[in-house]
Design a protein around this ligand. Sequence first.
Ligand code: HEC
Length: 152
Amino acid sequence: MRGKRLIVTLCSVVAVALWSTAGWAAPEADPLKPRVPDAERGEARKMKSPITVTPDILAKGKELYEGKGTCANCHGQTGDGNGPGGMLLTPGPRNFTNCKFHKKRNDGELFWVVKNGSTGTGMPALVNGGMITEEEAWTIIAYERTFCKDAE
Ligand code: HEC
């Protein structure tokens, strides 16, 4: 009898473990490796945001990130990469709460990916695809930076 109870207990532990991991996105591919192709990275890094960041711009960026831009569907409302749409993708969407990622990329490189997508992944070309304008992309990028809470 004790053996049987042990098996039942073990099965429920395994079931709970499977259940709780079932909703997680696939891990992201190395977030520090550049995504802009070598030939275009120099030019991409020279692009400067035309937008001055103000509280109004950040509020607009949040609205676009969660709404028209559809970013939150994959990257998650809290920017952690666990949005419902992202769960189907391998590699998983970028986790924007990772400050190391933000330090590694300048605004131009982020803009390039939002414009052109990341080849061979589920990250779509949102500007070229006509989903958002260039100005909206820069506005979202300003908001995206706020997911890193590291003060320095
Ligand atoms: C359909 C799902 C999906 C949507 C919608 C989406 N992304 Fe992504 N995004 C991804 C995936 C998957 C990756 C990881 C790609 C990779 O590893 O190269 C990614 C990566 C990124 C990166 C990281 C690029 C880098 O340099 O490493 C940025 C920035 C980004 N997305 C911004 C956005 C923004 C802004 C939006 C909304 C305007 C958006 N994404 C909408 C799936 C999505």
